[in-house]
Design a protein around this ligand. Structure first.
Ligand code: ADP
Length: 328
């Protein structure tokens, strides 16, 4: 079947992926493969903006590849690769930086947040992150970028950068990408408050065992106004209920919706039901992941092969870019 266009997305090698990554991004990576030519990248160079040491980079890349493949990325059809295997992206980053106003980068909320998070390491790469991200995307002539809502300003930045570049060099060589979110825009962590994130340690890893997952789910914060089992709860503001709506059968969701409000079901029971449904859902993922984990050279071959295929596209784009720029 002819594909509608190209999808690209990337994420830093943060190791084992969590439910937020899955529901906010990976689920779309998998779904879009059916209709789009898909390119998925583990952006190890981006990771250098925040990591203090690179000693875990290889392992984290491997863990992430395992998660993405086990979740359903099909490496024979789609391209799965590591950013640094395609050095053309650094060249495009440099060219794009010439049409990027400095003030625009310093104004980005994501940059300001990073400055707050790591004031001792405000490096140049951190400032240029959105430019490199734009290069990642446009190098593959991408139409659609599936990412979580937190990344939306970066995609808008990429679109503006493409317009500036094309205008400056009077060309149409670069394509403006469109952002695509999943229906779950922001997965909240087990604290019931903040975005699920590894750095906040409020996450549930996809690759945990069923026992570990159940333990984590039991720690989830529910409706804070509900102190005792006999108090009626409000599912509309409860993160456990939000998760039930994603992972539980409709009859169970309907039952909880009614029973929670009249204190007919307690939070512990409700969480155990969610944990069971989540574990059931993740069973095939875990089996596939364990199998892949036992074949590290097979996974490495996938990444190497993906790198070669990605590089062929990148080299073609770069020759068009250099020509458009009239580089001697
Ligand atoms: P990066 O900073 O490299 O994007 P992250 O691990 O923060 O790495 O995110 C990877 C992908 O998962 C991104 O598309 C991001 O938007 C999405 N994501 C991460 N956490 C959440 C969350 N809690 N809810 C929804 N989407 C999320």
């Amino acid at each position: 079947m002819a594909k509608k266009g190209r999808v690209f997305s990337g994420a830093r090698p943060t190791g084992r992926q969590h439910l937020g990554n899955y529901l906010g991004a990976i689920k779309n990576y998998v779904a879009l493969q059916d209709t789009y030519d898909s390119v998925y990248c583990i952006v190890d160079v981006h990771a250098l903006t925040t990591v203090e040491t690179t000693e875990n980079l290889k392992q984290n890349t491997f863990e992430m590849a395992l998660d993405w493949l086990a979740a359903g990325i099909r490496p024979d059809e789609s391209i799965l690769f590591v950013q640094s295997h395609v050095p053309e992206v650094m060249e495009l980053h440099t060219y794009l930086s010439m049409v990027t106003p400095f003030g625009k980068l310093t104004d980005l909320p994501t940059f300001k947040e990073k400055v707050r998070q790591q004031p001792e390491n405000v490096n140049y790469g951190l400032l240029g992150y959105p430019v490199l991200m734009t290069a990642d995307i446009v190098l593959y002539k991408t139409d659609i970028v599936p990412v979580g809502i937190d990344q939306a300003p970066h995609i808008e930045f990429a679109r503006e950068t493409v317009r500036s570049f094309n205008y400056r060099f009077n060309t149409k060589v670069l394509i403006e990408p469109q952002v695509k979110h999943t229906e779950v825009l922001k997965v909240v962590g087990i604290d019931g408050k903040d975005k699920m994130s590894k750095s906040l340690n409020n996450h549930i890893e996809l690759a945990s065992t069923a026992e570990e997952t159940t333990k984590r789910v039991r720690e989830m914060v529910t409706d804070p106004a509900r102190q005792r089992k006999t108090d009626p709860g409000n599912p509309d503001i409860c993160n456990v209920f939000t998760m039930h709506k994603i992972f539980s059968p409709q009859e169970e969701v309907d039952m909880i919706n009614v029973e929670c409000r009249r204190a007919g079901i307690g939070c512990v029971d409700c969480k155990l039901r969610f944990a069971n449904n989540l574990n059931k859902d993740l069973e095939p993922f875990r089996a596939k992941r364990a199998d892949l984990e036992s074949k590290p050279s097979y996974v490495q071959d996938i990444l190497n092969d993906g790198g070669k295929r990605a590089r062929a596209i990148a080299q073609q784009t770069m020759s068009e870019v250099r020509e458009a720029m009239q580089l001697p």
